[in-house]
Design a protein around this ligand. Structure first.
Ligand code: NAP
Length: 294
């Protein structure tokens, strides 16, 4: 089964469904990536801050899948923001992944209190794009105000904005701002992982009765229904799992269709409560940490 693609604003094609490796321990990452590629995934989303880029690269090589068939995305951590620092962050990530060119390189967070540094980091991404070292550039966890400030000075509109989106936290304002600027929204924690692996206050999306009833009606799982909901609403998704059966389950979402009513019912589950860190509260003091050399 070949995954449909979404076209980025520079005409680069990205699979509509990718594979996440946040919190996947390095010693489980090689196998997880190999299983995902064997299953048919052709997009891996990692980050310098996840500490497993080296193992993602190793999984890619061991899989035997040709390099140009896999879309590899990684993120610069805030400690490496600044023009020269971010150029060097590319060398660190590409070196660990064992790749000469990355498909998508994004800023992991805005640094709202030092936005100038964020802009310098983005300028480095623009340079890497111009130099052909990356095929597309983007951002993550950018709220409307961050996007507005970036678009005022950027010469390249980000291809993606990777943000928390699941049925309990939809961020319609950010999604609308992305769409207005021609930015693809990538949903992180697409099945609501952040609502259950962190023991969140609003409980697990996987146990939600509305999602459960829709899943039953289609003979699908709650996770498959949530992933299908994103894809039908035009968001790219990157579910994470280290469990082979779930890796396969999350891939099997292209043989059914949710109705408009079902999509609206899932939309209505939004609690407005964020599971992840508040983007306005990201500071180097609280979240900075050294990213090792390649
Ligand atoms: N940009 C950012 O700031 C940011 C933040 C968070 C995440 N992300 C990216 O987004 C990816 C996905 O987000 P996420 O890992 O937070 O959450 P997620 O993909 O929504 O959920 C992952 C969790 O769900 C479990 N799971 C996966 N498939 C399942 C299924 N079919 N049925 C039941 N449980 C299932 C996984 O367990 P097992 O692994 O044990 O199977 C894991 O605990 C990350 O890996 C990362 O690439 C980005």
């Amino acid at each position: 089964m070949k995954v449909p693609t979404v076209k980025l604003n520079n005409d680069v094609e990205m699979p509509a469904l990718g594979f996440g490796v946040f919190q996947t321990p390095p010693d489980e990452t090689i196998t997880a990536v190999e299983v995902a590629l064997e299953t048919g995934y052709r997009h891996i989303d990692t980050a310098a801050a996840y500490g497993n880029e080296r193992e993602v690269g190793e999984g890619l090589r061991r899989s035997g899948v040709a390099r140009n068939e896999v879309f590899v995305e990684t993120k610069v951590w805030i400690s490496d923001y600044g023009y020269d620092e971010t150029l060097h962050a590319f060398d660190k990530s590409a070196g660990k992944l064992g790749l000469e060119q990355l498909d998508l390189f994004i800023l992991h967070q805005a640094l709202p209190g030092e936005f100038g540094k964020t802009l310098e980091a983005y300028r480095a991404l623009e340079q890497l794009l111009a130099d052909g070292k990356v095929r597309a550039i983007g951002v993550s966890n950018f709220m409307e105000s961050h996007l507005t400030q970036l678009l005022e000075v950027a010469s390249v509109v980000p291809a993606v904005n990777q943000i928390e989106v699941h049925p309990y936290f939809r961020q319609p304002g950010v999604i609308a701002a992305d769409a207005a600027a021609g930015v693809v929204t990538q949903a992180w924690s697409p099945i609501g992982g952040i609502t259950f692996y962190r023991d969140g206050s609003h409980g697990s999306t996987l146990q939600d009765p509305v999602i459960g009833a829709i899943a039953l009606a289609h003979g699908k799982s709650a996770a498959q229904v949530m992933l299908r909901w994103h894809v039908q609403e035009g968001r790219q998704v990157i579910p994470k799992s280290v469990t082979p059966s779930r890796i396969a389950e999350n891939f099997d979402i292209f043989d059914f269709e949710l109705s408009g009513e079902e999509i609206a019912a899932i939309d209505a589950l939004d609690t407005g409560v964020r599971g992840g860190a508040e983007p306005e509260a990201i500071t180097l003091e609280a979240f900075g940490r050294e990213i090792p050399e390649a």
